[in-house]
Design a protein around this ligand. Structure first.
Ligand code: ADP
Length: 340
């Protein structure tokens, strides 16, 4: 059987090029090699304060972004978490076999709860739902960044705990492994921290060329380059060199290195050489997104197809889980009783 991968993404609305280079572009490639499930995790999103009307829009926009970036709904199973109720069903089951201590020591929980006056149970149980997301599809691999490795460790604990209690002879759930994404973190436009929606230092995946240029132009470069005649070091350029490596052909990257070290190009020249290479990749995505924004029915149809495909797998997992746990499903009690 083809190995399965599961990826989740929060419906944060517009994708930025950090999400694209660090995650989405990778999924678009993986969908050709693996049986791929991509889930817009709205049940995770509601653990933070939100407006209902806003959430619907963000979920839709995330689907548009993913489809425009190349997720193929015929190849990958792209769906919205709340359309597949088995996620929360399995999460409840996993809550009953997950030690509280395992959840309390999660770094993400400690960070989030320190910022909140009142901590909701969902904040603590977030990784249990995450384990359910992955294990519902018996996924072997989860493409993640470094920051998600601890959560994935918890998914393996959940898998082991459940297996040892309910299917000790032959493990039912796999122990999903991280598949670290090849692109390191993309720096934000401030040059200080990773590009992140919450830090407001992003370039949107769907931004217009003028807007992208307005952001690139003032972006910080190697601080040693005060004047065009000062030699620079590409590795000390926090953003532009990294983007050249992500978007420009190899010969341009070499040209950048030479002209920066040899003080032949100013930083604006370097940025001017980057822009068309970024646009070559981003313009088709932006145009596809515009087409999808104007055709809501197409987006809904893609998500409905994904939910149907996801549910077929999810239902089968839940059916087997319930049987092994002695829980009632349609026909189970009658069948079990008549077997006596
Ligand atoms: P944000 O930090 O903007 O809220 P998320 O945490 O929702 O982004 O991340 C969604 C996906 O994009 C994750 O798989 C994450 O690893 C990836 N990602 C986010 N920011 C970056 C970045 N700056 N560089 C590389 N990958 C990123």
């Amino acid at each position: 059987m083809m190995a399965r991968i599961f990826s989740g993404i929060q419906p944060s609305g517009d994708l930025h090029i950090g999400n694209y280079l660090g995650a989405v572009k990778n999924w678009v490639q993986l969908q050709h090699q693996f049986e791929t499930f991509i889930c817009i995790v709205d049940y995770h999103a509601i653990t933070a304060p939100y407006e209902p009307a806003d959430l619907v829009r963000r979920t839709h926009d995330m689907a548009v972004g993913l489809l425009a970036a190349g997720v193929d709904p015929e190849k990958a199973t792209l769906f919205v978490q709340s359309q597949v109720p088995e996620h929360t069903e399995l999460a409840w089951i996993f809550n009953t076999i997950t030690p509280l201590g395992e959840l309390e020591r999660q770094v993400a929980f400690k960070e989030k709860s320190a910022r909140q006056e009142q901590v909701m149970a969902g904040t603590l149980n977030y990784p249990v739902l995450q384990a359910a997301d992955i294990l519902l599809y018996l996924a072997d691999l989860v493409p993640v960044g470094e920051d998600q490795v601890q959560h994935l460790e918890l998914s393996r604990v959940v898998s082991r705990n459940w297996n040892s209690r309910f299917s000790p002879a032959k493990p039912f759930f796999p122990e999903p492994q991280p598949r670290l994404t090849p692109t390191r973190r993309i720096m934000g436009l401030d040059g200080q921290a990773k590009m992140s929606k919450s830090l407001g230092n992003t370039i949107g995946l769907l931004e217009e060329p003028d807007a992208i240029w307005e952001k690139l132009r003032p972006a910080p470069t190697d601080p040693a380059r005060q004047r065009k005649t000062d030699a620079g070091e590409p590795d000390k350029c926090p953003i532009i060199y990294q983007l050249h490596k992500a978007f420009s052909p190899e010969e341009t990257v070499r040209e950048v290195e030479e002209n920066c070290r040899g003080a032949k190009w100013g930083c604006v020249d370097c940025k001017k050489s980057l822009l068309p290479n970024m646009l070559a990749e981003l313009t088709p995505i932006r145009e596809k997104a515009r087409e999808l924004q104007a055709d809501r029915a197409q987006v809904s149809a893609a998500l409905d197809l994904g939910a149907t495909k996801a549910r077929t797998v999810a239902r089968e997992t839940i059916k087997q889980v319930k049987d092994m746990m002695g829980l009632a499903r349609e026909g189970l009690i009658a069948n079990a009783m008549s077997a006596r």
